[in-house]
Design a binder for this molecule. Structure first.
Ligand code: FEO
Length: 578
């Protein structure tokens, strides 16, 4: 039986943060921290339904807490915990994963329960040693290890590196048949429902979460699925969103299908990096995001925990490689042998992209670049050297570099477009004509633009337009719900110069507006001076159109510069080109 207790936090401090506790199995309590309004996660992970941070308490003869919560829940979470147990009697803290949304309250917990033994993977314990800056009892576990809490609660541990960080383990209570998975099988979805009664409501967020967190390491997902396959479990106690009970085989089947599809993809890029949880991690994920836009699969490999066989296999099989060099002071005995493995495994048909963080006086990236060039690899983008803290502009540069690399691969491997479509159909669909526009968008320091022709009015009330944006366009990342932009309408007989400019291929991070006359719209995006009209818009929703996003946006304001002039139109001959 499930019992729920909702406890609002102080509205003055953190509105819309609540805590729900529920008995989920024998001697087992879920403490779910509901973060209703969180709208971002990591660099680019937009949330539509908030999120939750789920923690679990098992009270056998020994007691164990599985994961903690986000720091923003400090007072209310710790109070709930103390209402459930005298923290001086807590024996174990199981850390499935150390990202701060789950480990944020470990320092405070160790203040209140200094006797506790922290249980986690080797990587997790190493990370926590840096996080808490004090000695604590610890126990390193991996697949095959177990911990008996008594009263039938025997915890078994399953290594699941790269889901979503290299530190991840899963914890299985054989007594209650509950599998505790932290990020794995989670979703960023916040409501009062404890369980997954309505899968159709949850599916989009479940898939989006998989795509953002798990898809980049599909091979690791499949390995973890293999490890849990022999286990009998009735409940999957996830770290985010509802717990999974009613449709477990569906959710696991989806992970299997999506991961198989990722792995089967003929083309993938291996992204090798090394620096724990710092800047390299951020840059490599932005590059991976850019590659993913092109439909090319990615495999992220943290060299600090990867084994030689995995590195060699991925370096041999990948169509492209990205390699991030850490600061000089971080290069260590860990990296040198693995670099040698990569250099020995690569072959001339591959493409390569390099980046370096930390800078310093030396530039170790250039000798490495020479080695790859001598080995016949083709460079997809100029090496990225980051000597300062990364900014949103750095993220954009990395995303665009990743997209360049992905396009390099897709364009060299695609069949000629003209053979892909029945010629008559191709000509018929080519008779669809449209206007010509420049879409401009600015968000913080990042701004971008593209020539758009697939634009139509989509609604009267509210005034809305629909724009089809290819998924591999750089500007796509500035067109999520809530983002704003300007649609500049090109004028008949006076559009060639602007069109030619915005058709140019810009290198990653380049300013598209250099040498173009602009002024800022009310929403901050650039208005082009030499256009017929403009509309200021806000993105409302995006429909997945396979190779394009169909971006529906409402129009806030607009102006026409020349009342009697006409819009430039775009007539095509074939439907498989713009
Ligand atoms: Fe929910 Fe990767 O932390």
């Amino acid at each position: 039986m499930v019992t729920l207790i909702d406890s609002p936090t102080s509205a003055a401090v953190q509105p819309r943060l609540t805590v729900q506790t529920a008995d989920i199995a024998a001697n087992t309590t879920a403490i779910r921290c509901l973060d209703w309004d969180r709208d971002r996660f990591d660099i680019e992970f937009e949330l539509h339904h908030g999120t939750t941070y789920n923690s679990f308490l098992i009270q056998g003869e020994k007691t164990a807490l599985i994961d903690t919560s986000h720091r923003k829940f400090e007072s209310v979470y710790l109070q709930e915990l103390q209402d459930l147990i005298d923290l001086k009697s807590l024996d174990y803290l199981i850390v499935n994963h150390t990202e701060p949304d789950h480990s944020g309250l470990i320092p405070e917990l160790l203040d209140l329960a200094p006797q506790v033994t922290v249980v986690g993977s080797k990587v997790a314990i190493q990370f926590l040693e840096k996080l808490v800056h004090r000695p604590f009892e610890s126990q390193i576990v991996k697949s095959g290890h177990s911990l008996d809490l008594g009263q039938g609660h025997e915890l078994q541990f399953i290594s699941a590196p790269n889901l979503h960080w290299p530190d991840t383990i899963l914890t299985y209570d054989a007594g209650t048949q509950v599998l505790y998975t932290c990020d794995v099988f989670g979703m960023h979805y916040c409501d009062d429902s404890l369980l997954d009664e309505t899968p159709e409501r949850l599916e989009p967020d479940f898939q989006y979460y998989y795509n953002c967190l798990m898809g980049p390491n599909a091979r690791s997902v499949l390995m973890a699925l293999k490890r849990i396959a022999p286990l009998q479990f009735d409940l999957v106690a996830t770290g985010h969103g509802p717990l999974l009970q009613h449709h477990i085989s569906h959710w696991i089947g989806q992970y299997d299908t999506w991961s198989q599809n990722q792995v089967k993809a003929q083309t993938f890029v291996a992204l090798f990096y090394l620096d724990g949880y710092g800047v390299s991690d951020r840059l490599v994920r932005a590059i991976a995001d850019g590659i993913s836009k092109t439909g090319v699969a990615i495999e992220l490999v943290d060299l600090s925990v990867a084994d030689t066989h995995e590195v060699r296999t991925l370096a041999q099989c990948a169509a492209g490689l990205v390699l991030g060099m850490p600061p000089q002071s971080s290069t260590s005995t860990t990296l040198d042998p693995l670099l040698g493995t990569i250099l020995a495994a690569v072959h001339p048909k591959q493409v390569i992209g390099l980046f370096e963080t930390g800078g310093g006086q030396d530039e170790p990236i250039y000798p490495l670049r020479n080695r790859f060039q001598e080995l016949g690899l083709l460079e997809a983008f100029e090496p990225i050297l980051l000597k300062t803290e990364p900014t949103a502009a750095t993220d954009q540069l990395c995303r665009e570099a990743g997209t360049d690399l992905g396009q390099f691969l897709t364009q060299s491997q695609s069949p000629p477009a003209d053979t892909a479509l029945d010629p008559e159909l191709n000509q018929a669909i080519g008779r669809l004509s449209t206007g010509l526009y420049i879409l401009t968008a600015q968000k913080g320091d990042v701004r971008s633009a593209m020539l758009a022709s697939w634009v139509i009015q989509g609604s009267f009330e509210p005034l809305g337009i629909v724009i089809a944006v290819a998924k591999d366009r750089a500007i796509e990342s500035l067109l999520h719900p809530g983002d704003t932009f300007v649609l500049n309408v090109l004028e008949e007989d006076n559009y060639q110069s602007l069109m030619r400019h915005f058709l140019l291929r810009f290198p990653p991070g380049a300013d598209r507006f250099a040498e173009v006359n602009t002024y800022p719209a009310q929403n901050g995006s650039p208005i082009l001076l030499e256009t017929l009209a403009y509309l200021e818009c806000e993105v409302t929703s995006r429909l997945d159109g396979n190779d394009h996003w169909l971006v529906y946006s409402t129009v806030q304001t607009g102006r026409v510069a020349k009342l009697n002039a006409l819009t430039a139109t775009h007539h095509r001959k074939l439907g498989n080109h713009y």
